[in-house]
Design a protein around this ligand. Structure first.
Ligand SMILES: Cc1cc2nc3c(=O)[nH]c(=O)nc-3n(C[C@H](O)[C@H](O)[C@H](O)COP(=O)(O)OP(=O)(O)OC[C@H]3O[C@@H](n4cnc5c(N)ncnc54)[C@H](O)[C@@H]3O)c2cc1C
Length: 500
């Protein structure tokens, strides 16, 4: 089984010393979308410029990720247009943001939405509106072409994920997750089933995924590897640090024969783009909210340019920030956030290989990282010499705080080398193929649902006209949860404003 070892300070120091002696190579690149300094200004209670103007508006949305954009989408659909959406970055999208070079658009983080049986009603509503679901049929251009997945194991690529030679253990795993599926407790969005969980399912939140595997006699290295991979990939946490409820939700909320997933070159960025086109008049980019103060029944929302006086606020930025920004402060968000590192590699040519065709998702079994997705995968061009790969790494073990320090301690050269060494296991000639490595460091990328997290209290509103909408209210970092929380907050705000 591929075991995750947390990256230690020692690894980092030796890595950097090792790098210093290497001759510079021709690979270019940079750290992209760095917002660490902005975030730290809030943490360090830095002085902010007093806004020169004041604007009255009934409703302010803070944060333009999928949750904030979904809240705006719902308000607009309900005919309510008297609101602003404030996003601190120069682009909206949050974890679904995307980029583009001369070859292709590419994702920076979120890269797919699963197609779930009949699927969550809101997701279907949005996709019907965006024209990719018509009379129950999905537009083939959006469903991931095959081959979808492959894994590099025992020195060669194999199609599909995960390796399944231990049939008995896989059958047992599938039988157990199938039973859980039948309980109706594991749903997407999670809130619909979560309230119906009985004592047996709730008990799953008191143990880790790894403990659950052991308690159920699932000792196969393959099954344990896959469970660990799924936890690292979905939650940025190892199976030993993930609540068994959350780990099992991944399997028990999906049907084994689900189609999809929905993928595009820019990952979930295509949804951001389409929502942005609809909502442009409301969106204010480059507007960091640095303070939200309760005044009478309403709120003053401060940016350095404008103070917005609002009757209600939808807080769609990560919920932990509420304790730093909102006065009076809400209860502290109870979960840690995992750091992540992602990179976009520009390839001038494909690595040499013989075993299989490249897939959309490519995983290296014996790696601390999560592999890469190919941005040009959906392209119908047969001979596409140049491409872009989006590579992923979650810092899944040890305390999130220590791992964050390691993430921020490494500069572009350090992480570029880390990434290329990881890929060299499967692609020995990768350095000869790559011309750029652009890297994004995400300090607080997603909540880690550790044991106890799923039934810990996370408020959805505050004092009573501020509504939390980030996907972290669900404790599960998924597109569907972001959309559901955004829409639920919009509905609550409309009720408060008497516009339901
Ligand atoms: C590397 C990675 C890969 C992922 N892959 C997938 C995937 O393939 N599929 C999937 O379903 N999910 C994926 N996710 C989960 C992803 O987080 C959710 O799908 C979803 O995009 C989260 O949206 P959100 O709006 O809840 O939060 P966020 O995307 O975090 O949005 C919050 C927004 O608030 C803004 N903000 C923060 N502070 C302020 C402030 N003070 N003032 C103004 N604005 C502020 C931020 O800039 C950001 O735009 C991935 C996450 C990561 C990190």
């Amino acid at each position: 089984m591929a075991r995750d070892h947390p990256l230690t300070r020692r690894d980092l120091t030796f890595g950097i010393v090792g790098l210093a002696s290497k001759s510079p190579d021709a690979i270019q690149g940079a750290l992209a979308n760095e917002s660490v300094d902005m975030g730290h200004r809030i943490r360090d209670h830095a002085r902010f410029q007093t806004p020169a103007e004041t604007r009255r508006v009934p409703l302010v949305i803070v944060g333009g990720g999928i949750a904030g954009l979904s809240a705006a989408w719902r308000l607009d659909k309900r005919g309510f247009r008297d609101f602003v959406l404030l996003e601190m970055e120069s682009e909206v999208g949050g974890n679904a943001r995307w980029g583009r070079n001369e070859i292709t658009p590419y994702p920076w983080a979120a890269h797919y939405v699963p197609v779930l049986g009949k699927g969550p009603a809101l997701v279907r509503e949005l996709f019907e509106e965006l024209g990719i679901l018509k009379n129950g049929q999905w537009d083939e251009h959006y469903l991931c072409h095959s081959p979808q997945e492959r894994i590099f194991i025992h020195g060669r690529w194999q199609e599909g994920l995960p390796p399944q030679t231990d049939h008995q253990q896989w059958e047992r795993f599938e039988a157990l997750t199938g039973e859980l599926r039948q309980t109706g407790c594991f749903t997407i969005p999670m809130e619909q089933g979560w309230r119906k969980c009985g004592a047996r399912e709730r008990a799953l939140d008191r143990m880790s995924m790894e403990e659950w595997l052991a308690a159920n006699g699932l000792h196969s290295p393959e099954v344990r590897w896959y469970a660990n991979y799924a936890c690292r990939d979905d939650y940025g946490a190892s199976s030993a640090a993930t609540s068994a409820w959350a780990g099992l939700h991944y399997f028990a909320s999906r049907e084994p024969d689900d189609k999809g997933p929905i993928v595009q070159p820019q990952g979930n960025g295509w949804i951001v783009q389409r929502l942005e086109e609809k909502l442009r008049p409301h969106i204010h980019r480059g507007r960091m909210v640095y303070r939200i103060v309760k005044r009478g029944a309403g709120w003053q929302v401060f940016t350095e340019q404008t103070r917005f006086d609002a009757q209600a606020v939808i807080f769609a930025a990560p919920t932990f920030l509420g304790a730093w920004l909102i006065d009076p402060a809400p209860p502290k968000y109870p979960l840690e956030y995992s750091p992540w590192l992602t990179a976009n590699l520009t390839l001038e040519r494909w690595p040499e290989e013989q075993d299989t065709e490249p897939a959309w998702d490519n995983v290296i079994y014996d790696s601390k990282s999560l592999g890469y997705v190919v941005a040009t995968h959906q392209s119908l061009k047969v001979h596409q010499r140049r491409t872009v790969w989006t590579w992923y790494h979650s810092f899944s073990e040890g305390s999130a705080r220590d791992q964050r320090r390691l993430l921020l301690g490494g500069d572009w050269s350090y992480w570029k080398e880390f990434i290329l060494r990881d890929l060299e296991r499967a692609h020995p000639d990768i350095r000869a193929c790559v011309s750029r490595v652009d890297i994004m460091r995400l300090g607080h990328a997603m909540p880690r649902p550790g044991p106890g997290a799923m039934f810990a209290a996370v408020p959805s509103s505050h004092a009573p006209s501020l509504f939390f909408a980030n996907s972290d209210v669900s404790r599960l970092p998924l597109f569907e949860e972001a959309q559901y929380r955004g829409v639920a907050a919009a509905a609550a705000a409309l009720r408060l404003l008497g516009r339901a």
